[in-house]
Design a protein around this ligand. Structure first.
Ligand code: MRU
Length: 347
């Protein structure tokens, strides 16, 4: 099942290999990262993307930094690793999984330098690999919970790509759709193309096609009409950061979709690991929204689509208010958005 989609990332002979998502769906190629700075660049240009996947990639980025720092004294190692951690965290600002994974690795760095310095690299390797493996298990668990919420032969809409490609494997929103399909609960998936980076058209459509799950590609502005004229049973999306009050940051366009779903009385599900919940952020409005290069809006496949010197706004994400979300599905259970802060206490 997971194996039909090429691995999003893997570690081999001290190199992190990232499936180059800029080349999909046309070519399956891997980008080699031999240095943590290669990982930073790959995250920035979106060779690897999707909140959990960039978290896992950054964990291996910390391992690469650890290897680079091997010859330094303990105190110099610590300084080097703190700088690497900060640089990795700031490579993309909205997805909190990045910060979560890097901070987890930084704790391991501090502990191993204190207690077990001779096994520093192997301890970092084990920790990055645990983060990788946990991500896949977590996705499968939440997908199981989520699939239970759908009825037989459902028609659903998804936005962006929250699939195997956005995680270490299996996916969050698309993971739920995969499990539901296996259980006879999916008749068709409407895939928003997701302008401007086209994660829906390029990545989600490709994943669904690989697994022979029926789908129909629509442009983002068709979702309302589909809801009005066709039977749509649920909207299922991922998340980049969830605030304590249940507001959700996700790919720009998610907010509009949530309003459409509310108007048409269609359940709106957010599927995300508990590492996407940001216990330090009380409200969605406090979440930093990434602004990306105008070129991604002005060009399609390298070709300009607007007059020269056109001014552009390009927030990469938006905030969906808790009041527009029916349920948030995590590996620890299914929660009403305004109850998500409970996760702080759930082991
Ligand atoms: O800019 P991207 O492609 O990294 O944005 C991805 C999304 O918005 C996903 O929905 C989110 O990260 C969840 S991925 C499981």
């Amino acid at each position: 099942m997971v194996k039909k989609i090429p691995e999003t990332l893997f570690w081999k002979d001290n190199v992190l290999l990232l499936l180059n998502q800029l080349e999909l769906p046309y070519k399956v190629t891997y980008k080699e990262c031999k240095n943590y700075k290669d990982v930073i660049n790959a995250i920035k240009v979106m060779i690897v993307r999707g909140a959990p996947a960039i978290g896992v990639a950054a964990a291996y980025g910390m391992l690469l930094a650890g290897i680079k720092s091997a010859g330094l004294s303990s105190s110099a190692k610590l300084v080097f690793m703190k700088k690497a951690a900060n640089d990795l965290i700031s490579s993309r600002p909205t997805a909190v999984n990045l910060k979560w994974a890097v901070e987890k690795m930084m704790k391991v760095v501090e502990q191993s330098l204190k207690l077990n310095p001779e096994n520093y690299i192997s301890i970092l390797y084990e920790s990055a690999t645990d983060i990788y493996n946990e991500d896949i298990l977590t996705n499968m668990k939440m997908s199981e919970f989520g699939a239970r919420l759908l009825k037989k032969d459902s028609v659903v809409i998804t936005h962006c790509n929250a699939g195997a490609l956005a995680t270490a494997g299996y996916g969050t929103a698309l993971g739920m759709i995969r499990t539901a399909y296996k259980n006879g609960k999916i008749k068709n998936v409407f895939v928003d193309e997701t302008r401007p980076y086209l994660q829906g058209a390029r990545l989600t459509a490709w994943e669904l096609q690989q697994e022979k799950i029926p789908y129909t590609l629509i442009t983002d502005n068709m979702a309302g009409y589909m809801m009005k004229t066709e039977k749509v049973d649920a909207v299922i999306v991922g998340a980049d950061r969830i605030a304590m009050n249940g507001d959700v940051a996700n790919k720009v366009g998610t907010y509009s979709l949530s309003i459409l779903a509310k108007y048409h009385k269609i359940p709106f599900y957010v599927v995300a690991p508990s590492s996407t919940v940001d216990f330090a952020t009380l409200y969605g409005i406090k979440i930093k929204i990434e602004e990306r290069s105008a070129d991604e809006v002005l060009k399609i496949n390298g070709r300009s689509i607007a007059p020269k010197d056109t001014q552009v706004r390009y927030p990469g994400f938006d905030i969906t208010p808790a009041s527009n979300i029916t349920m948030i599905i995590t590996e620890k259970g299914v929660y009403k958005p305004n109850k998500i802060s409970i996760l702080k206490k759930v082991k």
